[in-house]
Design a protein. Structure first.
Length: 362
């Protein structure tokens, strides 16, 4: 069960222990107090997922305490515990926004039913919040995409004219190697600007998957082969691919997109690792419905503060690079309904872990 914290405000020892025992068995996180003042201090210090309050307390009543809790945490549901003689007061409390009430003596099944609904409520609210965040993110990306598309269009003409002028200038500088070298550096800088514009545009564009049947092992081997082709022999680290024997021969996914992610992680590992390496890629199926790909290196690793921002756009530790590789990779994996994370490699260095749902058929 997802973590769900509850504050119990009850001065009757037997009733409190009874609720604690029931909820502890069900895996809830519990804090208990006996007085109104203790409850106020607890909610000021901690945000609880639910509060269970006895209507009659030694230093006040639920009617006194509930408004104070609601003012601190308006989104925290309150459940009132009461005796049958206090029923009229509880009706008033329900009208003021209390989620539900329980009659003494507490029935275990009724308590579980009420809290089960609260857990479902929390999960539903989290899904709504996640959907809203994704919607806002997509809107921001669309706005960025429009802006960059216009910028790229206007800039492309200027960049092409600059390249043409520099090419003509190069012809007049054939006998001046130092000046020619400066022109070539300017041309390279213009290429870098153009590449940055294209990468930002690609990052902000919607990711539409084109799924088919692909061998993940082949995608990894092909990605590594392409990296070898552009590296000099002395700078190629050792590489090993470990694939579980029972791993599916093919999966239904977007092979081109996944290969883009794998190649990006391998290139980062090459940049980070200390020669001769190794870079180790493992492919496994940790559950019947999930596949996992890990890419590990023996470099300096990733600091704890960088783990929180390493997938943010434009963050990079390289002297050259746009800082969009990992950001795009995360969007691709999330489009597959998966996730990618950065972890510590037990043998030193960093380990990137991809987990995506296993899909064998369309």
């Amino acid at each position: 069960m997802q973590s769900f914290s509850i504050l119990i405000v009850e001065d009757d020892d037997d009733a409190r222990r009874n609720m604690e025992d029931i909820l502890a068995i069900d895996g809830y996180s519990i804090e208990s107090v006996s007085y109104c003042q203790q409850a106020i201090e607890a909610v000021q210090k901690t945000h609880f997922d639910a509060v269970i309050i006895d209507w009659s307390l030694p230093d006040g009543s639920g009617g006194d305490l509930i408004p104070l809790i609601v003012s601190e945490h308006p989104d925290t549901p309150v459940v009132v515990v009461t005796g049958i003689r206090e029923f009229d007061a509880v009706v008033v409390a329900l009208k003021s926004g209390v989620y539900d009430f329980l009659l003494k003596p507490i029935n275990a099944d009724v308590l579980r039913s009420v809290l089960g609904r609260l857990v479902e409520r929390k999960q539903h609210l989290l899904k709504i919040e996640e959907s809203q965040q994704k919607l806002l993110s997509n809107e921001r990306l669309a706005a960025i995409g429009e802006m960059v598309a216009g910028l790229a269009h206007e800039s492309r003409n200027a960049l092409q004219r600059s390249h043409a002028c520099l090419s003509e200038l190069s012809l007049d500088l054939q006998e001046m190697p130092q000046s020619l070298e400066l022109v070539q550096k300017v041309q390279k800088a213009l290429d870098d600007i153009n590449r940055l514009l294209e990468e930002v545009r690609n990052y902000s564009a919607p990711i539409i998957l084109d799924k088919g049947r692909y061998s993940i092992r082949s995608l990894i081997e092909d990605s590594w082969q392409k990296i070898i082709e552009v590296k000099s022999a002395g700078k190629i680290p050792d590489f090993s691919l470990e694939c579980a024997e029972d791993f599916p021969k093919s999966c239904f996914l977007d092979g081109g997109r996944l290969q883009q992610v794998i190649r990006n992680l391998l290139e980062n590992a090459c940049f980070a690792c200390r020669l001769p390496g190794p870079i180790v890629v493992t492919v496994s199926q940790p559950t019947h419905s999930t596949i996992q790909i890990t890419v590990s290196d023996n470099g300096e690793g990733v600091s704890p503060d960088q783990k929180d921002i390493i997938f943010n756009p434009f963050f990079t530790t390289k002297t050259k690079g746009t800082g969009l590789g990992l950001a795009i990779s995360r969007r691709i994996i999330e489009a597959h309904l998966g996730q990618v994370s950065c972890q510590d490699n037990p043998s030193g260095g960093a380990k990137f872990v991809i987990e995506i749902p296993l899909q064998l058929k369309p």
